[in-house]
Design a protein around this ligand. Sequence first.
Ligand code: GUN
Length: 291
Amino acid sequence: MTEIIDGNEVGDRIKSELESSIGTLEEEGVTPGLATVLMSDDAASETYVSMKQKACEQIGIESFHHEIDPDAPADVLFEKIDELNEDPAVHGILVQMPVPDHVDERAVLEYIDPMKDVDGFHPENVGKLVAGNARFKPCTPFGVQKLLESAGVDTEGKDAVIVGRSNIVGKPMANLLIQKTKLGNATVTVCHSRTKNTAEKTRNADIVIAAVGVPEFVDGSMLTEDTVVIDVGVNRVDADNEKGYELVGDVEFDSAKEKASAITPVPGGVGPMTITMLLYNTVKAASLQHD
Ligand code: GUN
């Protein structure tokens, strides 16, 4: 039987552990706080940010939300980050990506105080991660590690193939899986748009992580028996329903499930874990700033 890895269940367990850490911080007079900044009219970004805020409130993290007109000059965003960098009630800052074209995304990531960079995207935090001394692990790959752990997958010595090389998922995922740690020690291959034969690579993998942003890119024909399949994709595709769209992963679930020993669904797999690990990083940021 193929195991369906339930991200909501794993996320809820981690959230209840976080609630007790938050209780301890509260006793010491600290309420963890996360500031979210949205400079976009994109409906999906709006949804993600509001889900992050709600998740904070559910477990006792204070949430501060700021919206910036996407047509405003970049300076308005930088001034807001200045303010949040200085605010002692704000332990974590998340600027929802993408930002508008006239705003330099790289400059934004570098402008956030690295101690408040709960996304783990600041070059200082990327460097620490690569050096095996992570401060904040990027939320999505960190969540994938937690899902693998909960499914009882021992990554040591396994062949892991990551499809996708983004800064948010593919690259940090590869870094985490090659570390000399309990959830690392894998042999990692990263496939991307210039890879010659991705299917050949995924067919030889023990673990396939799809993070390419193409609906149903990985199907059952690209897998062999007993592969563990993690689907990071969240693609909105047109559908004849009330919303006018449905969410589809980067994996064709039905055919992949026939081959996989374990697989994450979309929705309800990696998505809830990304939010949970953001909460984890925010609590960690509050503890680090309190020490
Ligand atoms: N946009 C898509 N994923 C993310 C994420 O993990 N963090 C931020 N800040 N923006 C995103």
